[in-house]
Design a protein around this ligand. Structure first.
Ligand SMILES: [Zn+2]
Length: 398
C-alpha cells in the first residue's frame, strides 16, 4: 500500500515551490519564505543551500534595514546566469527574447515576418535572431530551454487544430516540428515548448499580470479564432493532445452559421469579428480593424453599431456563463478584440452571466481585461520555457 510521498519527493516539491516563489516574486527574505511556504527555518535554509549549489539562486545579507538584530538573508534568482529563450510568432512580426530566471527580459530582437511565411519556415530567421542574442550571454551563463507563442489555426480539411499564424494559412499541425526544429538550432539538448497564443497569454497574466494570485483563470482570446487559455489549480490545462481550450467551437446555436471547423453554430460564429460585421450590416472582408471600427462607432452614438455590439455582447455572456458553470474560475480575462467588445457591452455580458450562471460559481468571478501589453507573448513564452525547471529544479538544472 502506498503511504504518501517519500521524503525525497517532498524535498523536490519544496525545492520547486521555493524556486517558483523567487522566480515570481523576486528577491525574498528567508523569513518571508518561511511564512509564505509554511516550512520551518531550517528546512528553508537547507532548500536554499541546495538551489544555490545548483547555481539557481544566490543568498546575501540585505542592504541596511535600520532594524536591530540579525537580518534575514535574501534569496535571489540567478537572473543573469540562468536564462531561457522566448519566441513569439505573430501575424506580422517575429520576436525573440533572452529572459532570465525571475522573468527579466535580458535582451530582445524583432524582425518583420515576410508575408505568407509559414510558422515552421520561420525557424532559420528565428535562429539568426538567437545568434545575435547569444553575443550578450555572460561567461558561465546557462540556457535551460525555450518557449514559443504562436496563434492556433483550424485546419479546414479535417478540423484538426494546428499552430500557425496568419489568417487564411493552410495550417498544418506544426507545433511538434516547430519545437523540435528550434530545439535543434539551439542545441544543448533542452526542449522548446510550443503553446498557442491564448495559453501563453494566460500564463503571462497569471504569473505577472491581472491574474496574479488567482489559480483558476480563463483567458479568452479573439485572434485568428476564439480560443481560451485555461488555468486550473495553478496549472495550464492542456488536454491529452494539447488541444484543450477550443471554446470557440462550443456549439451555442444548433443549425446556426457555418464555422471554419465544419460544424455550425459554434460560439466563434456569434462573437467573432465576422459576427460583429454581420450584425452591423458591414462588408465581411474587413477583419479586425473593421470590427474595432464598429465598437468605436457605437461609442460615438451610431445606433446600428450599438445594436450590433449589444448583440455580440449578449452572445459573449451566453458562452461565458457556460464556461463559468464548468470551470468555476476566479477570473476571466478578455483579450484581443473581445477586450473591446466586453468593455463596450459589459452590461449585456453581466446580464447573461447573472441569468445563466449558477450563483455559487458566478458570485466571486472577476471579469477583467489584460494588464500586460505587447510583451505578454514573450513573458508567457518564457514561463512555458521555465515550467520544467520550476517543476523539478534539480532534475532540470544545468
Ligand atoms: Zn467551429
Amino acid at each position: 500500500m502506498r503511504t504518501g510521498p517519500s521524503q525525497e519527493e517532498v524535498r523536490r516539491q519544496n525545492l520547486g515551490a521555493l524556486l517558483r516563489y523567487v522566480h515570481i516574486h523576486g528577491p525574498t527574505s528567508r523569513a518571508e519564505l518561511t511564512s509564505e511556504l509554511g516550512l520551518n527555518r531550517s528546512t528553508i535554509g537547507a532548500l536554499t543551500a541546495d538551489l544555490a549549489s545548483a547555481g539557481l539562486v544566490t543568498e546575501a545579507a540585505p542592504r541596511e534595514t535600520g532594524r536591530a538584530g540579525r537580518p534575514s538573508l535574501v534569496v535571489r534568482p540567478e537572473s543573469a546566469r540562468v536564462y531561457a529563450y522566448a519566441f513569439s510568432i505573430e501575424v506580422d512580426q517575429l520576436r525573440v527574447a533572452r529572459v532570465g530566471l525571475g522573468g527579466e527580459v535580458l535582451d530582445l530582437r524583432a524582425e518583420e515576418r515576410p508575408a505568407g511565411l509559414a510558422a515552421a519556415d520561420a525557424v532559420p530567421l528565428l535562429a539568426e535572431l538567437v545568434k545575435e542574442l547569444q553575443q550578450s550571454v555572460l561567461d558561465g551563463a546557462v540556457y535551460v530551454g525555450g518557449g514559443v507563442s504562436v496563434t492556433r489555426m483550424m485546419r479546414r480539411t479535417d478540423g484538426k487544430a494546428g499552430l500557425s499564424a496568419g489568417a487564411g494559412a493552410n495550417a498544418a499541425a506544426v507545433a511538434e516540428p516547430l519545437g523540435a526544429a528550434l530545439a535543434g538550432e539551439l542545441g544543448a539538448d533542452r526542449p522548446v515548448v510550443v503553446g498557442n497564443a491564448a495559453d501563453v497569454a494566460a500564463l503571462a497574466e497569471h504569473a505577472r499580470g491581472a491574474a496574479v494570485g488567482c489559480d483558476n483563470v480563463i483567458y479568452l482570446q479573439r485572434d485568428a479564432g476564439v480560443d481560451a487559455g485555461i488555468i486550473v489549480g495553478g496549472r495550464r490545462l492542456t488536454g491529452h493532445a494539447g488541444q484543450a481550450g477550443q471554446v470557440g467551437h462550443m456549439v451555442v446555436l444548433p443549425g446556426g452559421r457555418p464555422c471554419g471547423c465544419g460544424s455550425r453554430g459554434c460560439w466563434e460564429t456569434e462573437i467573432g469579428d465576422h459576427a460583429l460585421l454581420n450584425a452591423a450590416g458591414r462588408d465581411l472582408t474587413g477583419g479586425r480593424d473593421a470590427a474595432l471600427a464598429i465598437v468605436d462607432a457605437a461609442s460615438r452614438g451610431d445606433a446600428t453599431a450599438q445594436a450590433a455590439v449589444r448583440q455580440v455582447g449578449d452572445w459573449l455572456g451566453f458562452g461565458l456563463a457556460n464556461l463559468v458553470n464548468i470551470f468555476d474560475p476566479e477570473m476571466v480575462i478578455f483579450g484581443g478584440t473581445l477586450r473591446d467588445v466586453y468593455l463596450a457591452a459589459a452590461a449585456q455580458v453581466r446580464s447573461r452571466l447573472n441569468s445563466m450562471a449558477l450563483t455559487a460559481a458566478r458570485e466571486h468571478v472577476r471579469l477583467r481585461t489584460p494588464q500586460l501589453g505587447e510583451d505578454a507573448a514573450l513573458v508567457g513564452a518564457a514561463e512555458l520555457a521555465f515550467e520544467r525547471l520550476l517543476a523539478d529544479p534539480l532534475d532540470a538544472a544545468p
